[in-house]
Write a protein that binds this ligand. Structure first.
Ligand SMILES: [Zn+2]
Length: 378
């Protein structure tokens, strides 16, 4: 079996148009001057460009996306929602959040086709991994996916890529247990809700406490019914750095994954816990993203032949995001480029990178929730 890493990439995905936003706010209502949208093509192109310049792309297996079918999208998303997107896409575009101000997800004409192509790229990556054409894969696609709900888009996300990957692995390939690890700095609300009562998909989100969506992602939200205990939230205080994330990985995420023994793992890989990100307040460096990738990869090696898919989510500081992305892809592939990350020593030297007492308390709270759940199930 090959050890190559796949890279999902297609220029058309960079043409997804979110111009109606100033940052994450809808402009044109009097006081919000139109500006660049936070979620744009430039950040993702810059990752791809660095991979090219570093000589990494040529050592990866580029996976060409194809549009996801309505049936494939319908495994996760409501038929009414898919129909509404198509109607807007045939006209001037619209808002996939269907009017929810907090969730604003604008797209331009033809936006459905671009979103369906991004989703299809995820499915192609699952096929390539399960068939053994690649060992694992990184899907550098947009729009992102992890906020998307079954019946509406949310927070720049139209289709929920990690959820679609999980269902595709189950329905098309007969895999049973899928784990989703979401380390985007914002809460992975979409997968939490989609799999709330489903014990076949373990959903784990580590995020900045209370950042976005509002009032979402508490440690006590553990799923319900048959799915109780199969949703895990790790809300960390703002200012958390390498020590807090690696402690959460070692004490909560890796043990939960090992207990679940997945048949495949999907990482919703936001890079917006990076120290310079304008949309959040964490302090991660490339080395920590790489260490987290290696930790989950080791779990995949233990339980499921290394089957690991990473889907690109947030990450908004255009100068530093390419280096964070390259660090993750080097860790995933085992490749090593000669490119040195100029941000690495600066971020690593920031005071407070070690685990702080209040961060330790936050992780203890999650450990207590897990301990209580194992008491119930005993
Ligand atoms: Zn995010």
């Amino acid at each position: 079996m090959t050890e190559r890493t796949g890279l999902v990439w297609h220029e058309l995905l960079m043409w997804h148009d979110t111009h109606a936003l100033a940052g994450f706010l809808t402009s044109g209502r009097g006081v919000i001057e139109p500006d660049e949208p936070a979620e744009g093509a430039a950040g993702k192109r810059r990752i791809k460009n660095l991979l090219d310049v570093a000589g990494l792309t040529e050592q990866l297996t580029v996976i060409k996306p194809r549009p996801a079918t309505d049936d494939e999208l319908g495994r996760v998303h409501a038929a009414d929602y898919i129909a509404a997107l198509k109607a807007m896409s045939a006209g001037p575009g619209g808002d996939a959040a269907l009017g929810d101000e907090v969730g604003a997800t604008p797209f331009g004409p033809g936006g459905f086709d671009i979103a369906a192509l991004a989703a299809g790229g995820i499915l192609e990556a699952v096929d390539a991994i399960v068939d053994g054409r690649v060992a694992n894969a990184y899907a550098l696609v947009r729009p992102p996916g992890h906020h998307a709900e079954a019946a509406n888009g949310f927070g720049f996300c139209i289709f929920n890529h990690a959820a679609l990957a999980a269902r595709h692995a189950q329905r098309a390939h007969g895999l049973r247990r899928i784990a989703i690890v979401d380390w985007d700095v914002h809460h992975g609300n979409g997968a939490e809700h989609i799999f709330w009562t489903d014990p076949s998909v373990l959903t784990i989100s580590i995020h900045q406490d209370g950042l976005y969506p509002p009032a979402s992602g508490a440690a006590e939200a553990v799923g319900a019914g048959a799915g109780e205990g199969y949703n895990l939230n790790i809300p960390l205080p703002p200012g958390s750095g390498s020590g807090a994330y690696l402690a959460a990985m070692e004490r909560v995420i890796v043990p939960a994954l090992d207990a679940f023994a997945p048949d495949m793992i999907v990482i919703a890989c936001g890079l917006d816990a990076g120290a310079y990100d304008p949309m959040a307040h964490m302090m991660l460096d490339g080395a920590t993203f790489a260490a987290m990738t290696r930790a989950v990869k080791a779990v995949a090696d233990r339980h499921c032949g290394g089957r690991l898919l990473m889907t690109h989510e947030g990450g908004y500081h255009r100068p530093s995001v390419p280096f964070l992305g390259a660090a993750v892809i080097e860790a995933l592939s085992g490749l090593r480029s000669a490119v040195a990350d100029p941000f690495q020593p600066i971020i690593a030297g920031m005071p407070g990178q070690a685990l702080q007492p209040h961060q330790d308390d936050a992780i203890h709270r999650v450990e207590r929730v897990r301990a209580r759940l194992s008491e119930i199930s005993r």
